[in-house]
Design a protein around this ligand. Structure first.
Ligand SMILES: C[S@@+](CC[C@H](N)C(=O)[O-])C[C@H]1O[C@@H](n2cnc3c(N)ncnc32)[C@H](O)[C@@H]1O
Length: 259
């Protein structure tokens, strides 16, 4: 299917309240990238948060760095981000832009020292992924860290199989594409594809994580109690980089450095 930015925008405009709630209620899908962001971000960083959503990651980062620019395709999502940033009293440290990660015309070459694109917008741009990766790397200065999150091919195949949909599972295996639970059509990556995409564009891979791995299928209610949740998260952080488990979860996270 061909990438249609209008469709993605419309979808996120419609579910902006749901997206805002989900960013505010941590799951391991959102928490693991946050832990990697905390690990790599520096006080002096000028950050781009691409496909940044309602600003919860941007707010966390703005407390730990110099400045954040958040760009998102959805007008409604940006409206939520504006409210959240204002409530956090961080409007002086976070700028908001409406736009598409596959054309970052608002930003200069090498403008940022830390580039984050988590939460799968790099999957939703389908065939525009080559342009988008190029753009994310273009706006990063030399030696910057990039943190990129995408939908995982084998994780998605596992989900569709669990739901009893063998035909779609086989189709994902062949075509690397399907629908994600939030609605947009998504390009699902295996490790080699994203690794090559980043390396071909002048990046060195530092770490790869599955977000999450064996805890992807847990019944969240069982781990609701804060101490249990903290233990589960600690366990997941220890195992999510194990090579034998990468690709098992529904999402993948790549930490790369621009050479
Ligand atoms: C699942 S949310 C993730 C939000 C946040 N980054 C996080 O990880 O919690 C995906 C976000 O990407 C945005 N998005 C999707 N495609 C995009 C594109 N091509 N350019 C910019 N933003 C996009 C959506 O509007 C949505 O806010």
């Amino acid at each position: 299917m061909k990438y249609d930015p209008k469709k993605v925008k419309k979808r996120y405009d419609k579910i902006a309240d749901e997206e805002d709630r989900s960013e505010k209620n941590p799951t391991l899908r959102t928490e693991i990238p946050r832990e990697f962001i905390k690990k790599y971000i520096r006080k002096t960083d000028i950050v781009l948060d691409a496909g940044g959503g309602t600003g919860i990651n941007a707010i966390m980062m703005a407390k730990q760095c110099k400045h954040v620019s958040l760009i998102d395709i959805s007008t409604e999502i940006i409206n939520y981000a504006r409210k959240n940033v204002k409530n956090a009293k961080l409007s002086n440290k976070i700028d908001l832009f409406e736009g598409d990660i596959s054309n970052l015309k608002q930003f200069k070459d090498g403008q940022f020292s830390f580039v984050v694109c988590v939460g799968d917008s790099i999957s939703y741009v389908l065939e525009n992924r080559f342009k988008a990766i190029n753009e994310l790397i273009r706006v990063a200065k030399k030696s910057s860290i990039l943190i990129i999150g995408c939908d995982s091919k084998y994780g998605f195949m596992r989900q569709y199989l669990r739901d009893g949909n063998l035909e779609e599972t086989i189709s994902i295996y062949k075509n690397h594409e399907t629908y994600c639970s939030m609605g947009p059509r998504t390009h699902v990556y295996d490790i080699d594809e994203m690794k090559q995409l980043l390396e071909k564009n002048g990046c060195k891979i530092l770490e790869i994580a599955s977000t999450p791995t064996i805890t992807d299928a847990v019944d969240k209610k069982q781990y609701h109690e804060p101490k249990k949740w903290a233990k589960l998260k600690k366990l997941e952080m220890q195992i999510c980089i194990k090579p034998e488990l990468l690709g098992t979860g529904s999402h993948l996270l790549f930490i790369a450095k621009k050479k």
